[in-house]
Structure formats: C-alpha cells, structure tokens
Design a protein around this ligand. Structure first.
Ligand code: DON
Length: 575
C-alpha cells in the first residue's frame, strides 16, 4: 500500500478512535445492575469482525449513505480483508429494517445446488459419505449468491450507486492492506486445503508456500479485477459476464457441476422474516432456508414459560432449562427444516406459543432427558468463526443484520483461476445421507436432501429485536450449529439478565444440539458448574469459544456496539 494510503487509514482510524474516547458514557436502560462502561453514538454504528471493513462502513455512513449502502460496502470489503468468511464465492442472509416504512425484509442469497446435483452425489461405492468430496472438492460448492444478494439489497434499499460502495473494496484489493495476526493464523490453519488450488496458492502463499507475515501488504489483483467487473457491469458480470466465463471454464476443466445455466438462473430472493414475541419484545429473524429464525423463536417461546432471571445467569438450573429447550429445537430441525421452495416447512406451527407449551411440558425440571439415536463418532468441531456477521444502523432508523459465509474457513480452499474468488463448500450443509451428521454434527433427513436447484439448510440467524417498534438490538454470529444458540443467549442476557450489550456478548455460553447428547460449556464458565449439571444427567464437555456475535443495541436514541471479545480483530464503531 502506498505511504499516503496507509496514512489515510491511520488518520481515519485515529479520528474515529478520538470520537470514541470523547463520547464514552455508561449504557443506561439495559441494566441497573450493570456497571460496564460502554461507548454510545448518536448517528450510526457499524460492527464487524474486521476493523478496516468496519471503518469502510462508517465512512459510507458519514458521507450520507444509509445502513444498506454501508452494509453492502462492508460486505464487499470483508471479501478482501476477511477472506476466510467474507466472500464473493459464498452466500448468506440479510435482514433489512426500513426506518421510513417500519417494514423488515429478509434477503435470501443462500447458495443453490447446481442443476446437475444428485441426491447421492457424496456417497462412495459402499454407500458411505465421502467427506473429502463433500467438503474439499470442486463438488463442494453451491452456486454462489453473494454478488446477487448484495446488489439486490443496494438496488432496492440503498441510496448510492454500486460503483461507489464497491470503491473501497477495489482499493483494498488493488493497493493491499497490512496482514493481521488473525489473518495469518487462519491462513496457516487452511494451508493444506488451499494449496491444492493454484489460484489460492498464488494469492495467499506466495512466500515459498507460506502465508504473508504479520504487517506484510497483501494485494489481491485478480480479486480487484472481479470487483471492478461487478462495479462496471453489476452482478450480471458474475452470473452472465466475464466472471461467469472464468467460473464455468474452471468447472469444465475440473469436472465440476456449475454451468452457465446455473449462474444465469441464480436469483437472490426477498422473503418475509419470521417473527415472534418474547416478554414484550418483538423478534424478527431469518426464515427458511435458514433454520436460525424458526428455532430462535421456538426456543424463546419455550423459555418465556420459565422465570429465567430468578434462576440466575448460567446457574445449573438455568443451563438445564436452556439445554432441554435446545435439544427439542434441534430435534425438530433435523426433521422439519429445509428449502421451503422444495417442500413446505411448518414454520407457523413451530413458532406458535401453543406448540411451545406442549414442548415445555416435555421438559423434566429436575433431570436431563437423554437424546435418542446418538450416532457414535459424530464430531462437532470447536465453534469457529468461519462465517461472519456484521450489523449496521443509521440515523434514519434503518438497520441491517447480515450473516454470510463460505461455510468452512476459505470454503473448499479452491479458488477460480484469474478471479481471486474462493469457492464455498456449502454443499456439506445438505444431508448427504439421512442420519449421518454433517461437519457441525447436524443430522438431517428428506427435507434437506440434495436436489438440483435446492438451497441447503442453514443455521445463520441474523436477527433484529424491537421494543415498542423501535430498534432495541440487532445481532448475529458465525459458529455453525452454535449460531442459533449464541444469538439466543445474547438476547436472553440482555432481556432476562439485564446485561449491557458488551456483558451480554462476553458472558460464557453453553450449547446443546440434541445429537450428540453432549452439553457444551465454554471453558471460561464457572469451574464448579459441572457437578450440578452432571447430577441432572448431562454429559458436560468444556469447549473453547462458541460464536462471535456482532451486535448493535439502541437505548434512549443512542447506539451501543459490541464486537465479540472471543475473537480479536473486530471493531464496533459509531459516530
Ligand atoms: O449456513 C450454515 O449454517 C453454515 N454453513 C455456517 C458455517 C459457519 O458458521 C462456520 N463458522 N464457524
């Protein structure tokens, strides 16, 4: 990066920091108990897992752009600065709340199975799931949705031209940016997979096969070319133009399934969010093909029946009720959730209060009910940050809550030659074989079987909570199967336990997903929890950090942001 450009970044950063330091004040409304100091902002707020991307969003807000303009700029910037999850070759979900009309819409830009995909495409000659083929091969990628999703959001709800919101990402790709310790570490972790791809190697492992050192400038000239194509020709460049040509040429060469027809027919969709009520707060979240919103609301409905604040945060009694609720929801997930365009999902039933009452009656208040059908050897990886969430709020009342992903860090590890675009391995989110867990230990059946043109089930849960029709909290998280339970606990921490958004984010999390029948508890949760939980019948497993929530709260007209301290490198910044 030229010296003046570095200087520009530094100046922006210092300016922003000085605003932050001069406007520090305590968060009021959330808590009388809370002693946490926090920083509030009046005009707008951006929270993401990567600092430069947050600052890009903030500069768009300051130039008069709305939350959607800023979110789209952040989305494209993260594809450059946070390549393990920010992407052009993946997909995601965006919830947009429009201040002017009070309406909230859900943009579905989830990847789709290629038209040539078949139900048993990941089974080997013995009928077993071939994990390598499902996760790390040219067959692992669904048809990407990000370019279509971000463009649709901007066109419908933004105010700025695509060229303008893409400009910072293009500059960062072309001129480069200084590699952070987090980026280097994640590249080291994915090196084995990525080095199978000449394009990934060329971009990320030029130093004799090693990733760039901390502080080294990473330039991505092919990615800059792709971004410029989109800037000039819109998302059509990706689906029907010069980028599409390179993707299909690569697929033909490698024997992959994605064709011209797949790309040309891809569309991002606008859906109605799923909505619910929890103790007087109105919850809006992502509908199928994500399972996130349905099960978040289902769990909140069950939990509303218990006086959680009296149990105390993370007491054995509290964790017991949470875990039993989580098991019930994840059991339903395996049976009822899938792409609603292929077979109906009983969303209304799953999120109804009557159903929650019936489910709550199945919870034994004293003892864990053992999960049935536990498959041995269904590893659940330690919650990663291989997806990414960002939240933007502006002074016009608009809010964007966006989660997008390549699935694993750097997706399949494969990148399309000449484009700098890493390909997702989202096909693993389908159920390759009934009853066999995917990478997150999730079991699925018929509803989530592979089918041509079908969207694979997701757990991504971008969510917005309103109080008296005004923004109260917007949040979301990476973390695979743990996304839904991470978002759930941030909401409970704020509403039931009256924590500030920063405390709510930092508080230790637990997770249960029915199968395997294991209660995951973050290592930093209190040491003496185990005994009480074991007595109730749980197999407790301590884990590293789960989720990485990126949240904006609003109290008395002021914005408060929290990036998850579990993963350094993020920034919550307002003005
Ligand atoms: O859509 C989903 O549910 C997954 N593909 C998300 C993957 C994820 O969060 C990876 N990060 N840990």
């Amino acid at each position: 990066m030229p010296a003046d450009s570095i200087l520009k970044h530094v100046v922006v950063f210092c300016l922003v920091l000085s605003v932050a330091l001069t406007s520090a004040r305590a968060e009021p409304g959330y808590s009388s108990k809370s002693t946490a100091e926090s920083v509030s902002f009046r005009n707008g707020m951006v929270v993401s897992e990567e600092q430069i991307a947050t600052l890009v969003g903030l500069s768009v807000l300051k130039e008069g752009g709305n939350a959607v303009d800023a979110a789209v700029a952040v989305g494209f910037a993260l594809a450059v600065t946070h390549p393990r999850a920010g992407n052009l070759g993946g997909g995601g979900f965006m919830l947009v709340h429009l201040g002017e009309t009070g309406r909230t819409v859900a943009i579905d830009y989830r990847e789709k199975a290629p038209l040539k995909a078949t139900r048993n495409m990941f089974l080997d000659e013995n009928g077993e799931v071939d994990m390598e083929r499902a996760r790390h091969s040219v067959y692992s990628s669904g048809v990407p949705g990000t370019a279509a999703g971000l463009s649709l959001a901007l066109e419908k709800y933004g105010t700025m031209p695509l060229e303008k919101v893409l400009a910072p990402a293009i500059r960062l790709a072309e001129e480069g940016f200084a590699v952070t310790p987090e980026l280097r570490k994640s590249l080291l972790g994915a090196k084995g997979r990525m080095k199978k791809s000449s394009e990934s190697t060329e971009v990320f492992f030029k130093n004799n096969g090693e990733p760039p050192r901390e502080g080294e400038i990473l330039r991505q000239k092919n990615l800059a070319w792709s971004l410029k194509e989109i800037s000039k020709n819109g998302s059509g460049a990706f689906y029907r133009g010069a980028i599409a040509k390179k993707i299909t040429a690569y697929m033909k060469k490698e024997g992959g399934l994605i064709t011209e027809r797949d790309l040309a027919s891809y569309e991002a969709l606008i859906r109605e969010p799923v909505t619910g009520n929890y103790r007087g707060y109105s919850i809006h979240s992502m509908p199928p093909p994500s399972s996130g919103g349905v099960h978040l609301i289902q769990m909140l409905n069950i939990l509303e029946r218990y006086p959680l604040s009296r149990y105390g945060h993370n007491s054995a009694r509290y964790i017991h009720i949470l875990s039993e609720t989580m098991k019930l929801a994840y059991a339903d997930r395996s049976k009822y959730l899938g792409d609603p365009d292929f077979s109906p999902v009983p969303t209304e039933h799953l999120i109804s209060k009557q159903y929650a009452k019936r489910l709550a009656n199945r919870i034994n208040p004293q003892k864990a009910t053992p999960s049935r059908y536990v498959k041995p050897g269904s590893p659940v990886p330690v919650g990663g940050t291989d997806t990414t969430h960002f939240t933007v709020a502006d002074r016009f009342g608009n809010v964007v809550s966006n989660t997008y992903t390549l699935n694993f860090a750097y997706g399949s590890g494969l990148a399309v030659p000449g484009t700098g675009i890493l390909l997702n391995n989202e096909m693993d989110d389908f159920s390759a074989k009934p009853g066999v867990p995917n990478a997150y230990g999730l079991i699925g059946g018929e509803k989530n079987s592979i089918g041509p043109g079908k969207r694979m089930l997701s757990s991504m849960t971008p969510t917005i909570v309103f109080k008296d029709e005004k923004l109260f909290l917007a949040t979301g998280s990476p973390g695979g199967s743990r996304i839904i339970t991470s978002v759930l606990q941030v909401i409970l921490n704020v509403i039931d336990h009256k924590m500030s958004i920063r405390e709510a984010t930092a508080a230790p999390r637990i997770h249960h997903q029915w199968l395997p029948d294991t209660l995951y508890v973050e290592r930093k949760a209190e040491k003496d929890l185990e005994a009480g939980l074991r007595k109730k019948g749980y197999e407790v497993k301590r884990t590293g950090p789960m989720g990485s929530t990126q949240s904006v709260a609003r109290i008395s007209g002021l914005f408060y942001g929290a990036t998850d301290p579990r993963h350094p490198g993020g920034l919550a910044q307002g003005y």
